[in-house]
Ligand binder design. Sequence first.
Ligand SMILES: Nc1ncnc2c1ncn2[C@@H]1O[C@H](COP(=O)(O)OP(=O)(O)O)[C@@H](O)[C@H]1O
Ligand SMILES: [Mg+2]
Length: 216
Amino acid sequence: MSVITVHQLSKSVHSGDSAIDIMNCQALQVAEHEHLAITGPSGSGKTTLLNMISGIDVPTHGHVTVLGQNISQLTEEQRVAFRDQYVGLIFQDFCLFSGLTALENVALFKPDHSTLDECYKMLDAVGMSQRYDVEVRHLSGGEKQRVGIARAMVKKPKILLADEPTAQLDTKTAQSVMDLLFHLRQTQAMTMVMITHDIRVAERCDRMVSMESLSS
Ligand SMILES: Nc1ncnc2c1ncn2[C@@H]1O[C@H](COP(=O)(O)OP(=O)(O)O)[C@@H](O)[C@H]1O
Ligand SMILES: [Mg+2]
């Protein structure tokens, strides 16, 4: 069963009097529990595509169906609610609240029905047991991304979307963060789409697709 279906999707932005195409994806399907890697040159529209799958952005043409819901048709408020319920996001630049602690960052994203205990457990699962109460601005890059992963995972998302999650990390730290992500994927059933420049990471996924540069 397809969890994500992209249909004739494109995005253009206005520049002066003309419109410039910044993303084009004619067809893409991601099966339930599949782990898909998206690669491609910088500027080819990978982040724009991911933002349309998450509903952060909307297409100019075409649509995206996620878990049977045409999210391109939803209002912004409905897209936020959909994302809150089903989608975990991991960003290249972590996107954490730097003045809040690791625990507070995760707790902000926990579902209403779950307890703070779930947040502690999630931080334990990403190897941050000793760092619950440290403000994020005092953490290393690798630790920040571990908090980012805990925040994405605390809602037990059906879909995990990661945009170059190790791009800001040194090779060794990147390896351990990737190992963690692949481990979590084995312990929790979910569909994952990950943008990566690292071919070794892409090869660990079930399938790899490549976006082409729009100018070529
Ligand atoms: N809101 C925007 N306005 C104008 N150009 C944009 C906007 N968002 C992205 N772009 C441009 O669209 C292209 C694709 O961006 P992006 O999806 O971030 O590519 P990638 O993630 O593959 O590097 C880039 O050239 C980028 O500069
Ligand atoms: Mg990008």
